[in-house]
Design a protein around this ligand. Structure first.
Ligand code: CO
Length: 134
């Protein structure tokens, strides 16, 4: 059911420093910071040949990333995003297998303008999973 790895999201305490690490130390192509106020984050996209890394920094007091950074002050992997062809079919399949979908279970428009859902990390080995309809 899941397809390509769309991205790995990493929460970072210092977006400028993290972007510089990926650009200068790791030699990757990085985007300018992009504000995503609807999602409470500022994002730098790191383009790799086969996937993307998203460096997430909290934007605003209620950002979901802030709580993560409070627990992980030096940053860390926040979620992985897998592509699916049909997000509603994927959701129904997962629910039928006992997996918990976060929120009200209805897909939202994600950072790339496509429908996304998040799955409970406790059902997936401690990893927050985002599904995106490709
Ligand atoms: Co994501």
């Amino acid at each position: 059911m899941i397809g390509k790895l769309n991205h790995v999201a990493i929460a970072v305490p210092d977006l400028k420093a993290a972007a510089a690490t990926y650009r200068d130390t790791l030699g990757a192509k990085v985007s300018p910071p992009q504000a995503e106020p609807d999602h409470g984050v500022t994002v730098v996209f790191v383009e790799l040949p086969n996937t993307k890394i998203e460096l997430l920094h909290p934007m605003g007091e209620t950002s979901p990333i802030q709580g993560f950074l409070d627990k992980n002050p030096s940053g860390g992997i926040h979620h992985v995003c897998y592509e699916v062809d049909d997000i509603l079919a994927a959701r129904d399949h997962l629910k039928g297998r006992g997996a918990r979908v976060l929120g009200d279970g209805e897909p939202r428009t994600g950072a790339h303008g496509k429908p996304v859902l998040f799955l409970h990390p406790k059902d997936f080995n401690g990893t927050l999973i985002e599904l995106e309809q490709a």
